[in-house]
Structure formats: C-alpha cells, structure tokens
Design a protein. Structure first.
Length: 332
C-alpha cells in the first residue's frame, strides 16, 4: 500500500510539474492597446481573438480599448501596453522624436478614413474653413488625416476647430445632432450616419484604391498595423512572431468568408442593430485587407511624405524608414 501511495504521489508530482511547465510555456501574455476597438479598421485584431487564433498560437492576448490611436500610443510608451493595434504613421512620428517603434504586421492596405460633412454649405474640403470638424482624439490618425486634407487644399490646421468625438456611437451622435459640421469617420459608424442622413456628403474617401489614389496619389497606403517598441520586439521575438502568424491567419480567414459569416462571429457589442450597415462595412473592409501583411518601402515613403506636409518634426528630422517596420515575422 505504501508503495502504491508513493507511486501515486510520484505520478501526481510529475503531472503537477508538467502542468506547471506547460502553463509557463503557454502563459505568453500580451497586452494589446487598440484605439477604438469597435472600428472596422481594427477588426482583424478582435477577430483573431474571437476565432481563437491567439490561443492556437499559444498567446494570452488582453485587449485594452482606448478612444483613439494617440491614447493607445501613450499606453505603449507609458508601459501599460506591450503592443498597439493602430496606424503605421505613429512609428514615423515617434522616429522623428527619437523613439524607435516598429510595425511588424500590416492589416490593411487602405486607411478606410472618410471626411464626411452634414452641415449646409460644406461641399468640398475648402468649405471647412471656420467650421467644427470632429476627430477621434487629438493627435490620432483621424486628426493627422484631417490636417493633410486641409493643407493640401490651401487651408491650415488652425482654420478649423477639432473636438474629440470618438469613432463609434458618440461620433454618430455628434454628426446627426449637428454638434459638428463635419467629421473624420470610419465604418460602421460612417454607414450608420449615411443611412440616417442620406444628404451627408463624402469629401474624401480612402476605403478603396480609387479613393486612396485621389487623396494620396498612390494605389496602396499602409495604415492599420500591429506595432511596438524596438526593445519589446527584440526581447519578445517569439511573441511577435506568434502575433504576426495569428493576424496573418485571421486575414486569410476574413478574405474567404462572407460578410454574413464574419458578422456572425463578431462579439455582440460590435454588431449594430442595422444589419445592412454592418454588412456594407464588412464588405468594404474585405477589399481593404492587406494581401500579405507586409509594409513596402514605397508605402512607408508615401506615409512619410504625407506626414511631412503637416508635421514640422517629421519634415525637418531625418527618419530612417527601414527602422519603422519589419516584415521578418510575416509568413513565418
């Protein structure tokens, strides 16, 4: 009996040891900050969680939702987040300030941002002078996009007021209730506004190759990516590779499934009551998905050129663009 108890105890000990070892290897926790998780432009990060892609790659990803990309960036720099799901342009902005951030998987090839106007008398970008234009948050990608539009149409950023309106229900409310004259929006909030007020006008639309060409003069424009500090990536190369694989697999899944199937897998809080609006936005998103997860040198150069128009620091500081992204983890 003693021998049996001893053997049982040994087996239990071995199982506990193995379990502890597996837990240690499997506990690859990553804190991800997202600048507006309900936006479709950041949906792949959420879908990777819903489809179990992170778990299958041995990751425990916790997503922290913020009202805009600037706040997500603050979380990363402040140490409360490991990785950001945000716009690639932030890596260039920070490089101009001497901080090395690096994108390591691209999710979209078009930004998906739209300048929409609801106030009478606003039919083009030039008409925004003296108007109130909502952005998700100061310093966010929506704010930078607005500044670029203003400067390339003969206006200055100071010619408009830019309150923060978020990117979801608060943005819809701000536009439909006349709290702003115009706004920088994305789907699904944009589609809801268009359905509620068919008279709204789209002043600039970067959800397609044609729209990107009209605004930026190129066919593709790196936008939604995963990025982190060079230090974190260097110290957590395995986690970075697993994240890149999880997102690449998610993009593949989203390309071959219908908008109806994608919507069915969304968490309830990310589905609106307007089913046609949801499906319209998802259909547009599918066309925006990156085909391979790479950031190209040409794309990086275009983003740098755009930022140089509105940001003096970027314009006057040499930036080594090869240090703002890496494609080494994509497809591994």
């Amino acid at each position: 009996m003693q021998r049996l108890i001893s053997r049982a105890g040994l087996r239990t000990g071995l199982l506990l040891t193995l379990f502890a070892g597996c837990t240690g290897r499997g506990a690859r926790t990553v804190r991800m900050a997202v600048g507006g998780q309900a936006q479709l432009i950041y949906l792949p990060a959420t879908m990777a969680q819903e489809l179990g892609m992170y778990r299958e790659e041995g990751l425990n990803v916790t997503i922290q939702d913020f009202p805009g990309g600037a706040k997500s960036l603050e979380a990363l720099l402040g140490g409360s987040a490991d990785v950001v799901c945000g716009f690639y342009e932030h890596t260039i902005q920070m490089a101009a300030q001497g901080r090395e951030l690096r994108a390591f998987v691209a999710m979209l090839r078009y930004p998906g941002l739209v300048a929409v106007a609801a106030a009478p008398g606003v039919a083009r970008i030039e008409d925004l002078k003296g108007r109130i234009v909502g952005v998700s948050a100061p310093g966010s990608a929506t704010h930078m996009f607005l500044n670029y539009l203003l400067l390339t149409h003969g206006l200055k950023p100071g010619d408009v007021s830019t309150p923060s309106i978020g990117m979801s229900a608060t943005a819809v409310g701000a536009v439909t209730h006349g709290k702003v004259d115009a706004a920088i929006m994305s789907d699904p909030a944009l589609e809801i506004v268009c359905r509620q007020n068919p008279s709204v006008r789209l002043l600039a639309d970067t959800r397609s190759a044609q729209g990107v060409r009209e605004v930026f003069g190129v066919d593709t424009y790196p936008s939604s990516v995963l990025y982190s500090t060079a230090q974190w990536i260097g110290a957590h190369r395995e986690q970075a590779g697993r994240l890149a694989r999880a997102l690449s697999r998610t993009l593949d899944w989203m390309r071959v499934h219908s908008p109806e199937e994608i919507r069915a897998r969304l968490p309830a809080q990310f589905r609106t009551e307007d089913v046609p609006a949801d499906l319209h936005g998802l259909r547009a998103l599918q066309a925006m998905l990156s085909p391979d997860g790479n950031v190209t040198p040409e794309g990086a150069a275009v983003v740098h050129k755009v930022l140089s128009v509105s940001l003096e620091a970027v314009r006057n500081t040499p930036v080594d663009l090869t240090k703002t992204y890496t494609n080494e983890f994509v497809g591994r």
